[in-house]
Design a protein around this ligand. Sequence first.
Ligand code: AMP
Ligand code: ZN
Length: 493
Amino acid sequence: MKSIAEQHIQIYNSLSGTKEEFIPLHDNMVGMYVCGPTVYNNVHLGNCRTFISFDIIFRYLKHMGYKVRYVRNITDAGHLENGSDEREDRIAKKARIEEIEPMEVVQKYTVDFHKTLSKFNTLPPSIEPTATGHIVEQIELVKQILDAGFAYEIDGSVYFDVLKFNQSSTYGKLSGRKLEDMIHNTRETSGQGEKRNPQDFALWKKAEAEHIMRWASPWGDGFPGWHLECTAMSTKYLGKQFDIHGGGVDLKFPHHECEIAQGEAINNCSPANYWVHANMLTLNGKKMAKSTGNNILPDEIFSGENEIMERPFSPNVTRFFMLQAHYRSVLDFSNDAMLASEKGFSRLMQGVSLLNSIDTAKKTTGFNLSEWRQKCYNAMNDDFNTPVLIAKLFDAVKFVQNVNDGRESITKEDLNKLQVTLHNFVYDVLGLTKKEEQGVNLYLEDALNLLIELRNEARKCKDFATSDKIRDELSKAGIILQDGQQETTFTLK
Ligand code: AMP
Ligand code: ZN
């Protein structure tokens, strides 16, 4: 098998529309920027899918020996309703509705974001900068874009001049849209306000008297446009040009297209070499979204308090459900899919723990370990193909079961190698955890099983007062019991 240094990763680059060999700009260092959440609401499962997709990429690059600087921002200002330059800032609007400070909104939902992602065992990014912490850098960028002649000021607001930019570059190269078509489609339908053209976008917006989020600037009090923060923060922490820029596919246009335009306008180069887009999680066949209400929150899945699932599912099972699809495919969330994932996850983990108890022999039969290991790497090297990797992991699980049943055999040395590779992929790369690492240690698990047994005995004796009390008290403590046909199991909220 090839050494890790000889393995080549192929990444699908949205900019070229093809898979390309991944060659970082600086030896074994990787700069990766991922657009983070707008913290005005609880993150839903769709948001989590995108962050889990990039967690896998982060983990795999690290596993392959790269030193990765992973920057994921927090949008705490400037993201306007429906992406329109004429609407209200989402955070300011929420603050107005809840009658609290915008920064209270930001704090509340940033805490929720971190808590939720840590339940999914995602690794924290190397840097997590905020838009409001980089107002100075954003004002500086606006000045540079104005100086370069790609922006204009009108009544305290500054807009990017898309038509001017398109004379020397191509606006739409990432999303495959043509500026002429955009102009044609918008000419009759939408008002453009004070902008010269509807396609122009705000770099800086004048704050009206009632707007609470405002900063002083050379153009008067205002606030930055949404696309600008990512250019400011990626440039500050990763440089004018870096390796990977990621986000959900819905950010391709206009957000990432505008980031490219801003970067090119001042640096004459596209900011990132590889543009990576994670596909959407759907519910009832439609995109999960905060705005439409078509979404489910992770805590609603873990507690079972929702109308879609017949019972609760753990963060591990939910994460496994996501990894069974390739990050570029649309994935639909459903009760049946979660039930199947639960079965798959428990089969995988049983295989991993069986490795601790199987007997070894003089010969390994029926399994080519190094060929299998290379296939696992091939799967991940092929644009981080987790479903193919999981299929390979199940090949190993099947073999382990055959050894356990006496149909095949394995040497001590091969057993050790198999264990290391399985652990690397299951825990380090896929980021799955053993049950007890999610908050319950083995002693507590025994104690819980005893409570479950006592409850079952109480139910048999029709002592429902006791059985309900055990269930309800455990639920208050964040432990949810699930009565299956064969046995009662538990998950953690
Ligand atoms: P937002 O907070 O709306 O800016 O979204 C944060 C991230 O979640 C962005 O990268 C979005 O592309 C992503 N996202 C939003 N909805 C979904 C979805 N239904 N499935 C997957 N990713 C999503
Ligand atoms: Zn962004």
